[in-house]
Design a protein around this ligand. Sequence first.
Ligand SMILES: C[S@@+](CC[C@H](N)C(=O)[O-])C[C@H]1O[C@@H](n2cnc3c(N)ncnc32)[C@H](O)[C@@H]1O
Ligand SMILES: Nc1nc2[nH]cc(C(=O)O)c2c(=O)[nH]1
Ligand code: SF4
Ligand SMILES: [Mg+2]
Length: 222
Amino acid sequence: MSTYRVVERFISINGEAARAGELAVFIRFAGCNLNCGYCDTKWANEPGVDYQELTEDELVDYVRRTEVKNVTLTGGEPLIQKDIDKLLLAFALEDDIRVEIETNGSVDIAEFKALGGNVSYTLDYKCPSSGMESDMCLANYNYIDKNDSVKFVVGSQEDLEKCLEIIREYALDERTRVFISPVYGSIDPADIVDFMIENGMNDVKLQLQLHKFIWDPEERGV
Ligand SMILES: C[S@@+](CC[C@H](N)C(=O)[O-])C[C@H]1O[C@@H](n2cnc3c(N)ncnc32)[C@H](O)[C@@H]1O
Ligand SMILES: Nc1nc2[nH]cc(C(=O)O)c2c(=O)[nH]1
Ligand code: SF4
Ligand SMILES: [Mg+2]
């Protein structure tokens, strides 16, 4: 049995990506290997952050007890957690639980995809305004499929141009789900729609973070 550093866990609606609007249980892990300028959960990445050490059994049990079928593993960066493969294997034994992993796009997902299970990856492409673009692992686009998503969080016109370039270069709109989401408060979503229209971006979805409309955008645990 391994333990995982969990900074918060809660039930909410998923505010982002493919299951937006559906109930989900969130497990947020401590620590990240990147430092995006816009990160809305920097607190979870602070070296002194409070966390609970929970085992696979405790986490699977917690999710099962909620009776919610979607679980989102997030952070921080879930895929740099020690022994995260063991946690994914534990969830893979639960037939009726769907796991979504919010990952930052810098970690090679090949070995995790190979574990199987009812798992979908929501893979960020960190755009120029994040300051983290050079860390992207582009090999990941060889492994993603239609059950996964690639998400571009954009804060500027330059980010939008880069998003379009990457979607076209890797034919992402044909191979997986694609989301564009504004860096909260940094870009008018209407400008994103204009850009989508101008560039004929079919099979791409604009995604606003629902939870930031429903609750105070600074609130934790929602
Ligand atoms: C906090 S991150 C945690 C998971 C992982 N580290 C990652 O970056 O995907 C979860 C999602 O929130 C997005 N996000 C973080 N800060 C944001 C902001 N200020 N506005 C919009 N989305 C943001 C990230 O881009 C990512 O898609
Ligand atoms: N409601 C809600 N939905 C979310 N979807 C992804 C989240 C994340 O922080 O990864 C998130 C979050 O923090 N809250
Ligand atoms: S990768 Fe995710 S958790 Fe890490 S700094 Fe960027 S947005 Fe925040
Ligand atoms: Mg969040």
